[in-house]
Design a protein around this ligand. Sequence first.
Ligand code: ATP
Ligand code: MG
Length: 361
Amino acid sequence: MGKIILTGDRPTGKLHVGHYVGSLRRRVELQNSGEYEKIFIMIADAQALTDNADNPEKVRQNVIEVALDYLACGLDPAKSTLLIQSQIPQLCELSFYYMNLVTVSRLQRNPTVKAEIQMRNFEASIPVGFFCYPISQAADITAFKATTVPVGEDQMPMIEQTKEIVHKFNSVYGETLVDPKILLPEQEACLRLPGIDGKAKMSKSLGNCIYLSEEPEDIKKKVMSMYTDPDHIRVQDPGKIEGNTVFTYLDAFSCPEHFERYLPEYANLDELKDHYRRGGLGDVKVKRFLNEVLQETLEPIRNRRKEFQKDIPYVYDVLKEGSRQAREVAEQTLQEVRDAMKINYFDDLDLIREQAEKYQA
Ligand code: ATP
Ligand code: MG
């Protein structure tokens, strides 16, 4: 069997540069590599509702925003299936069966969910659906028989949970589900890109983002306000690179050609970092360079987005057709799961005969 990708995003806002380096950029490369038999990209609206139940309009409005960002980045509906999670009811049924294979204490140990619960101030009022979303994610991944899941580092515990469910299911009911592999970004800086405040991961829910669709002036404003080394006060002071968000972004986005174009007095990022460490290099100069790099990266994405914005009905059609195809694939898997679990009463003629004989004897 060929390699299959499943990945996606929650429609809780427009996509940002953290999504881009953490997953989106890689998806487009994988899509164009031709190495994958099928690529499923999911807008996880049902998952977004687990912590936005009282604000369904936010989720509804952002479905199209995420789809536009996908198309703008180069995801191509002819090569990748773009789908909306809630339109695949088979995922709910799979989740329902998988719930029996996971303990409450196992869910409580998930470090990403723990951090998210804290961030959302849920305390004692955690919605059950939110608590269980790692299980529903296992349903998403296995429904499409994904072999490969390209995501950021925060998703590691989810893939671990999925693998445990797959192993448990296969050992109880027989070899049925495909064991997926996580595909993390190669560069350290892209695993979990920090927000412009430097504090936590860039996240739609935290408002510390540079969006893919951001206008040039706003990109510049955000870059110029970014967190650097608080002890690097005067230009001549030696500066720290570790935890310095501007350098983390340069790690994630810059390449030697950017230096040739915008900062030819340095051959590469290592030279720039050395100068910063030694002292004599001001934050403003580094930020101006980062601004050039981001402007160059985001301009074509923003322009393509504007083209797709002109034909919104087309974008909904793409999602409708992708969801239709996805339903077929998920239905096939669901049938296999039901067969394995022996909840296929009406298709199992042996069962009907055995029961009949029992009562005739
Ligand atoms: P929310 O705050 O609603 O959870 P989010 O910004 O965390 O939104 P998600 O939709 O949860 O975004 O994540 C989608 C994908 O993007 C996942 O693969 C995730 O690992 C990746 N991702 C999100 N934020 C970052 C980041 N700052 N750095 C690297 N990857 C990221
Ligand atoms: Mg998230």
